[in-house]
Design a protein around this ligand. Structure first.
Ligand SMILES: [Zn+2]
Length: 63
């Protein structure tokens, strides 16, 4: 698996889907710190307010 960029998330993190793909999966990115995530990762990103973004929740449920 290709390396995802993982940065320390700060308090203003906002996750969103990108138009990129990694190994056939949709790539998500944090708009604040630049961390990246794909649905096969064992962890789930959450925004600064602790809420899992709807786009992330949707792909999580689909697996
Ligand atoms: Zn972040």
């Amino acid at each position: 698996m290709d390396d995802l960029r993982i940065e320390p998330c700060r308090s203003e993190c906002t996750w969103r889907a990108t138009d990129k793909q990694l190994d056939g999966e949709q790539l998500f990115a944090c708009g604040s710190c630049g961390s990246e995530w794909v649905p096969s990762q064992p962890w789930t990103p959450a925004d600064a307010d602790g809420i899992v973004p709807p786009d992330v929740a949707r792909v999580r449920q689909g697996r």
